[in-house]
Design a protein around this ligand. Sequence first.
Ligand code: SAM
Ligand SMILES: O=c1cc(-c2ccc(O)cc2)oc2c(O)c(O)ccc12
Length: 239
Amino acid sequence: MASDSKNSTGAFKKGLLQSEELYKYILETSVYPREPEPLKELRELTATHPRALMATAADAGQLMTMLLKLVNAKRTIELGVFTGYSLLLTALTIPDDGKIVAIDVNRESFEIGLPVIKKAGVEHKIDFRESEALPVLDQLLENKGNEGSFDFAFVDADKVNFSNYHGRLMKLLRVGGIVVYDNTLWAGSVVMSEESTPERKRPGRQAIVELNKLLAGDPRIEISHAPLGDGITICRRIL
Ligand SMILES: C[S@@+](CC[C@H](N)C(=O)[O-])C[C@H]1O[C@@H](n2cnc3c(N)ncnc32)[C@H](O)[C@@H]1O
Ligand SMILES: O=c1cc(-c2ccc(O)cc2)oc2c(O)c(O)ccc12
């Protein structure tokens, strides 16, 4: 994993990119100048949180915004909200009558970002569920009307369940819809041996290695495994 401290540029070094200067260049040239004001406010608010490193990085967020627009996303699902950076960017991007089912076991962290979400005028698009993600997905699937009805999903919760989420999301997503998995290089541990992987990363490592195999062999999707941030895999449902 990138260091848990600040790097020499003063920004958190969040990703796997080896050169801090290059990452700073990307952020300062292409990302921060175009970042909507509410997202900047939420990013800065989150920066002091002890677990700030978990937040979606602004460069990955910029790509997500483009993907949401490319599929004209209106109905989306988010697994893993934290203080709400990816949630807010989704809410700012989808139309006024769009809806996000946003699930997190921890409402407290969501409430840190909520005032910024309210100020941005997009709270009405968010259906926040304080819960484990799996039962909410199963509950959504109990209603046949939800099958194939979502345009976009972002998966950023517990890594050990990513493969379980995939099966459910494939049913909820329409053909042509997109699901983005975060942390699919899991701090580079996917190419480390079990012994050289830091202990706290081991359960996630195994799960992400399995997920990556599952996604690579799934004929229902096209994929792009991109080395952005902690690794993201973009899947487009084609069948
Ligand atoms: C990496 S953070 C999400 C970051 C967020 N997408 C952002 O943009 O800041 C992961 C979140 O997943 C939540 N989480 C962990 N296990 C979960 C589970 N089983 N179901 C739902 N949420 C879970 C955690 O509480 C945490 O807030
Ligand atoms: O410890 C982390 C770090 C990340 C992370 C690293 C780099 C990025 O560009 C984005 C995110 O993500 C995490 C995460 O999603 C999680 O559930 C736990 C820990 C971390």
